[in-house]
Design a binder for this molecule. Sequence first.
Ligand code: 7TS
Length: 407
Amino acid sequence: MTYPIEKIRADFPILAQKIRNKPLIYLDNAASSQKPNQVIDCISNFYREDYANIHRGVHTLSQRATDKYEQTRNKVKDFINADSGKEIIFVRGATEAINLIAQTFGLANINVGDEILITAMEHHSNIVPWQMLCKQKGAILKVAPINQQGELIYDKFKALISDKTKLVAVVHMSNALGSINPVKKMIAAAHAKNIPVLLDGAQAIPHISVDVQDLDCDFYVFSGHKLYAPSGVGVLYGKQALLEAMPAYQGGGDMIRTVTFEKSTYAGLPHKFEAGTPNITDTVALGAAIDYINNIGMDAIAIYENELLVYATEKARQINGLTIIGDAAEKGAILSFTLDRIHPHDIGTMLDSVGIAIRAGHHCAMPVMDFFNVPATARASFAIYNTTAEIDLLMEAIQELITIFNA
Ligand code: 7TS
């Protein structure tokens, strides 16, 4: 079956507009993706027809809202093939999920001299929460190195797993480089020493079919907003036994069973970790986004986006003065690059002047920039609605930029 690109593009109303008199070319999907009508309509219909607070009302609207919220939990469970809805905790995003694990699992299980193992390609949100925990508990952060292609050096990673390692926390797909880590192998190596593994799936989830039972990861986290859903909702998956053993995170309504002034007892999973009124509408809309993605099919998406990446990479290689940062053999649809003598921020501004949205900066991965000895990169990141024609226009604009700067 041919990939229904025209139909998909028509579902995203924002793409139809002009920016600076040119058709918008949106290539900042790794930061956040755009939303289809199905998600936008879901939000507005939910507010028009179904909205009420959840888990507490006997009235019809509250029950309807609760059902829709819980349906999303079920859709997420199926989407990542979790064993049970109890393993799906709704949070604000990947960042909150990692902080939650650090301040519950981490506080309870990581002590003086213990080690947490990450990689050199982590987003700040999978570095800073561990540094905070290390400071609280006197633990040590270990970092597995990468090579010049931006790939994890697996043997060094494996060698860093020690008797002191209490958690391995690694990115599934790097936001700055696009590298996809050999996570199955990494998980098996950690499990051989009984060490749990957290995968940061913020970038992987829109691009790769994820099966948490097949991967056998202990935690998997992601944000809705990179998956064509709204911002402000994300997912923490954890194996049930681990989540049950973890202390609660925030205290408040919905996460309790009984409360007296002397003592409170907590609700079971998943509510134990969902204190307070959650982001009800956006969670329901995450369900609509998952329906939308499933309708296209993760396999079709992976094939199409890989074609875009291969096409863009070949074109970029033909441009004199362009250096690709991150050339891993296993890579998702992200093209990070620098241009000789042109600062990435200037690249971003100049491309915006012809309607092309990319990101320029350190991408919240400053250690990656340090490793490649660049202050920043320009990053074009592709999604289900991008086309090779857009990539042609990007490459033409880059070529033009080089000509102007070198004139
Ligand atoms: N982990 C990775 C690998 C990410 O790429 C991001 C966001 C996060 C975690 C944090 O996600 P959040 O939704 O909680 O903020 N990455 C980016 C990016 O590359 N550009 O903007 C945000």
